[in-house]
Design a protein around this ligand. Structure first.
Ligand code: F6P
Length: 365
């Protein structure tokens, strides 16, 4: 590829960690050094590093041997936002605009652009920085698979694998003890993780936020299986699932985060109610951060490398204000303004819903 006049590019990872972040950092850095001979500045702990000018230089050596590493060598933050910077003043949290500090850091390093690797919150912030004149390119990450403008995010397939493995393991105890086993998986307001891992793990019931469930249908489904001689059942429930007419269960609030709500607890609620109403012994397991940790699966290593490569191409071509994406089975890119603020959910016509129903899985609608 022909070299351009690019000299220095910044990179940061924002939001919750996710398998494949390091693979993207490596791909962006190596591609830009290889194609453009640019210097790469890695900002530490997400947007915090940009505001406070905390950084490391990323060269070929710094990003070698990180392809398989979980987490992020740059660190991350799910609260740091230059436009709404949260600071503790005594017992209070004060919010102020520190975007001028972020812009100052950007100019101080004489950067030509910034690559932001993150989820919807990080992309929204990237969009706001773009409006303030920062040339930005995004790369979509999250185990939730809920970023708009891309049909898949890196990290999702690894999390599906972890959750599927957990369901396989829960099957053995369910079968040996004739129990109902409930697995609560992450995913925030989208049911992708529960849907995919539930199908892969052969769950009898999958509960997702997009299809509010009826309690009666859950109990009847368990009783029906018992009548048919099935002595155990597996329920895969998304943390954002809720009964029809009811609310999602909020576990805690993280003030200063783009979305302060943290979900959790529906698995235990489902297990308690099922045991009480059906008389079948029931246990709940919350998979939690196990789904986010560890090494990316081979698919995510390839996918994260490809998205990182695409982001580097967007930088080289000067296509700022865009996010690398996956659409109709191909690498693509999309305008950041079409990504920000949205949440991609499982649609009612998603083919996987019909496929799951056809093999006897109930969504208890
Ligand atoms: O977005 C990824 C995710 O793991 C969600 O599935 C979960 O709801 C949330 O992050 C948890 O966030 P935190 O790391 O702030 O607890």
């Amino acid at each position: 590829m022909a070299k351009t006049s690019l000299k220095r590019i910044g990179v940061l990872t924002g939001g919750g960690d996710c398998p494949g972040l390091n693979a993207v950092i490596r791909a962006v850095t190596k591609t830009l050094i290889h194609d453009e001979e640019v210097e790469i500045v890695g900002f530490l702990d997400g947007y915090e590093g940009l505001v406070l000018n905390r950084y490391v230089r990323l060269d070929w050596k710094a990003v070698s041997n990180i392809l398989t590493l979980g987490g992020t060598i740059l660190g991350t933050s799910n609260t740091a936002n230059p436009m709404r910077w949260a600071e503790k003043k005594g017992t209070k949290i004060v919010i102020r605009d520190r975007s001028h500090d972020a812009l100052h850091t950007f100019r101080r390093h004489r950067l030509d652009g910034l690559v932001v690797i993150g989820g919807d919150g990080s992309m929204a912030i990237a969009g706001e920085l773009a409006e303030r004149g920062v040339p930005v390119v995004g790369v979509p990450k999250t185990i939730d698979n809920d970023v708009c403008g891309t049909e898949m995010t890196f990290g999702f397939q690894t999390a599906v694998g972890v959750a599927t493995d957990a369901l396989d393991r829960l099957h053995t105890t369910a079968s040996a003890h004739h129990r109902v086993m409930v697995a609560e998986v992450m995913g925030r307001y989208a049911g992708w993780l529960a849907l995919h891992s539930g199908i892969a793990g052969g769950a009898d019931i999958i509960l997702i936020p997009e299809i509010p469930f009826r309690w009666d249908a859950v109990f009847e489904s368990i009783r029906d299986r018992a009548r048919r001689g099935k002595r155990f059942s597996i329920i895969c429930v998304a943390e954002g699932a809720r009964p029809a007419g009811g609310d999602m269960i909020i576990q805690r609030r993280v003030e200063g985060s783009p979305d302060p709500i943290r979900l959790g607890g529906v698995g235990r609620l489902v297990a308690g109610s099922v045991e009480q109403k059906t008389g079948v012994e029931c246990r709940a397991t919350t998979l939690g951060y196990i789904q986010r940790g560890g090494t990316p699966c081979s698919f995510d290593r390839v996918f994260a490398t490809s998205l990182g490569h695409r982001a580097a191409q967007l930088v080289s071509e000067g296509h700022w204000g865009r996010m690398a994406s996956w659409q109709r089975g191909q690498l693509s890119d999309v305008a950041l303004e079409d990504v920000a603020g949205g949440c991609r959910k499982v649609g009612p016509a998603d083919p996987l819903l019909a496929i799951a129903r056809s093999v006897g899985t109930s969504f208890c609608e």
